[in-house]
Design a protein around this ligand. Structure first.
Ligand SMILES: [Zn+2]
Length: 451
């Protein structure tokens, strides 16, 4: 080895296949003239009997590499100074787990990621392509002839020239975006929270606030209570002292404005799911959906010039299947004092539009316990009143007569079709009936017939 040694570092590589996973460590020595790469050690393990996904196996290979390289580092440091350690993996998913520090993963991944991070700092991990990875040979197995020609002992040549910080930052950017497979291992509720909103957006009152991530709406059965609780939560977060600022003084009582504000939050929240619906494009065309200044989706309609309030002219579009929508419908139903579908729908449409709203309202009204109690009670029979005197007085038939017309009937006269009507005279006492034909419906024709 010629020249003064400038730095010594450890370069580790890991890889996994369905059969095995492996790690290999090289010592990189940089002198003024040249860079040397020396094989130090390697470790190979067969894949667990319980079948694991490839990203999990890649993570296991990263774990044995982290253990191996930190052990070698502690041993070698007694003899030579190690300037730094760099670990390489060709799995973007495993790298994302290792570097996604603010995320919480499922137990399997979380436990291993924690150990890896405790042994090797997350920013010491980089991505390399599969064909440049010497650990690939150990994880897949190979013949002695191919092994002799491979870079297994000498180490990959590209690693010798690899040093630029820029190159590393490029690699870092590559794994910053979460690969889809990596999110499958994210803890569900944590993942939703993390992706939808950090609680700080509640504090800032950001318009992209996903209020459903903070409040478990499924537990509410009344709209009023949901809105009040949301308003209280919002009030609390605003009361918290922001960093470096004085706490704000906010009155305790919830006002109507607070309720309107949180109602808007919820409407926006419902509409997030609506826009991802496959039918949304059709609705946009059908209802002329547009977004108002506060970001609420409203229906266009044809009442733009009418003398009505804005919410009546352009009702907010709601998702019929959302729980909060059902709470809104129920509140409307209560406002019309448990009247029927038509009345509830009219009340609802004064502010909201639900696609296939009648159906949704019908379904919810069917579930209303108060309505079912009223409908379920036995019918009250009214007392039958006495008959009027003219019905029961002994008189000549047709003294008290009722009259009505029936028809028209069609009759043939001189080969021509003609309309005719039937006059029906009924006696109020004897219930006798007299029928006669009348040519038309004029008063003259009736009087002639009556005589
Ligand atoms: Zn009801």
């Amino acid at each position: 080895m010629a020249g003064q040694v400038q730095s010594t570092s450890l370069q580790g590589f890991c890889d996994a296949s369905v059969n095995a996973y492996a790690a290999v460590v090289y010592l990189k020595i940089e002198t003024a003239d040249e860079t040397y790469l020396k094989f130090v050690t390697s470790k190979t393990r067969v894949a667990p009997l319980v079948e694991q996904t490839i990203p999990r196996l890649e993570l296991l290979s990263a774990l044995i590499l982290a253990r191996l390289i930190s052990h070698i580092q502690s041993v070698l440091e007694e003899v030579i100074p190690i300037s730094h350690v760099r670990c390489w993996s060709d799995s973007e998913v495993a790298l994302y787990w290792i570097r996604g520090e603010n995320r919480e993963w499922k137990q399997f991944v979380q436990n291993r990621v924690c150990e890896i991070r405790s042994l090797v700092p997350p920013d010491a991990w980089s991505h390399c392509s599969s064909k440049d990875n010497p650990a690939d040979i150990a994880s897949r197995g190979t013949s002695p002839a191919i092994l002799a020609e491979s870079t297994w002992v000498s180490g990959p040549d590209w690693s010798k020239s690899y040093k630029g910080a820029m190159q590393i930052s490029e690699e870092t950017a590559k794994v910053k975006q979460a690969p889809v497979e990596s999110l499958q291992e994210a803890k569900k509720e944590h993942h939703e929270l993390a992706s939808n909103l950090p609680c700080s957006s509640l504090l800032t009152g950001s318009s992209s606030l996903a209020v459903s991530a903070v409040i478990d709406w499924k537990r509410f059965s009344r709209l009023h209570r949901l809105l009040t609780v949301t308003a209280l939560v919002l009030r609390f977060t605003r009361k918290l002292k922001p960093k470096g600022r004085e706490p704000r003084l906010i009155p305790v009582d919830i006002t109507a404005d607070d309720i309107l504000e949180v109602e808007e939050l919820w409407i926006r929240d419902i509409q997030v799911e609506l826009t991802s619906s496959a039918k949304f494009k059709n609705w946009e065309r059908e209802f002329g959906v547009f977004s108002d200044p506060s970001g609420i989706l409203r229906c266009g309609g044809r009442l733009g010039n009418a003398d009505l309030s804005e919410s009546q002219k352009h009702p907010a579009l709601l998702d019929a299947n959302h729980h909060v929508t059902s709470l809104i419908v129920r509140a409307c139903h209560e406002r019309v004092h448990h009247n029927g579908v038509k009345e509830t729908l009219t009340e609802l449409r004064s502010r909201f539009w639900i696609v296939r709203g009648r159906q949704a309202v019908k379904k919810l009204l069917h579930e209303c316990t108060i309505c079912s109690v009223y409908k379920g009670s036995p019918t009250v029979h009214l007392a039958v009143p006495s008959l009027p005197s003219f019905r029961i007085t002994k008189e000549q038939p047709f003294t008290f007569t009722g009259v009505d017309f029936a028809g028209p009937l069609y009759i043939k006269e001189n080969g021509e079709m003609r309309k005719t009507y039937v006059s029906v005279y009924t006696c109020a006492v004897s219930r006798a009936v007299h029928l006669d034909t009348v040519p038309d419906l004029t008063a003259e024709a009736f009087i002639r017939n009556f005589r």
